[in-house]
Ligand binder design. Structure first.
Ligand code: 2HA
Ligand code: ZN
Length: 236
């Protein structure tokens, strides 16, 4: 996919998130790694911001460009105009700072540390995944409030319908409630992604990875449907 295709896909996934009511106000965020040939194109662009610390080291992303939803921006706005409600950043040679290069100095998502730590791991492990998506689906969040039964939650969700085991065979990882945007949340999410393609952020939302934004969305969509069926099956 070209950078334009990637931005278009981010825009329509943002629209789906809003329609699903998983993206209240500025809820959720998305980061897409742009292809290596885009790096050559974007490398010519002058910085639009001063170097900003990431909060952790991402050596495998040095020199790479990523599209990031803007901090405080609404998904429903990004759906209309991805470059007005998001920006392209470049990871600097120290692997610990970024600059914004296009097209306006819109500060990237508050969850940047988690997203970049994950992209760094994905590149290092030669994964085909190039998109990270965080959103707030009702039923998965509701289930995460049932603290005592979380150990078996992934198995329960996989058993709800055949599609879940077929398309999300590695199940869902679970992290306890941690401060949104924190390095601790980034580190625990990363640990879970060694074994899963989707992670439940307890009492907050989910983060999924995929080869592109649409497939990351599909993973969340399937897990959220399983969560809904689980809750329905338990209601009387
Ligand atoms: O970007 O969802 O977790 C808004 C959020 C933070
Ligand atoms: Zn969130």
């Amino acid at each position: 996919m070209t950078s334009t295709d990637i931005l278009n896909q981010c825009a329509h996934v943002a629209q789906w998130l809003w329609q699903r009511q998983w993206a209240e106000r500025n809820g959720g965020n998305m980061v897409a790694l742009l292809p290596a040939d885009a790096d050559t194109e974007y490398r010519q662009l002058p910085p639009l911001s001063s170097p900003t610390p990431i909060g952790l080291s991402v050596p495998h992303l040095i020199g790479r460009h990523l599209y990031c939803k803007g901090s405080g921006c609404r998904m429903r706005d990004l759906a209309r105009a991805p470059m007005d409600y998001g920006s392209i950043i470049r990871i600097l040679p120290d692997g610990e700072h970024y600059i914004i290069v296009a097209s306006r100095p819109i500060l990237p998502t508050s969850e940047l540390a988690s997203h970049l730590a994950i992209h760094n791991y994905l590149v290092a492990s030669h994964s085909p995944h190039q998109a990270t998506l965080h959103t707030h689906p009702h039923h998965l969040i509701a289930l995460s409030h049932r603290l005592p039964s979380l150990d078996s939650l992934s198995d329960q969700l996989l058993s709800m319908m055949p599609e879940t085991r077929l398309f999300v065979p590695r199940g869902i990882g679970i992290v306890p409630y941690l401060e949104p945007g924190s390095v601790a949340l980034a580190q625990q999410t990363l640990a879970q992604l060694h074994h899963h393609d989707i992670v439940l952020w307890s009492q907050h939302g989910v983060l999924a990875v995929g080869p592109d934004m649409e497939e990351a969305f599909d993973t969340i969509d399937i897990m959220e449907k399983s969560a809904r069926i689980l809750l329905l099956s338990q209601s009387r």
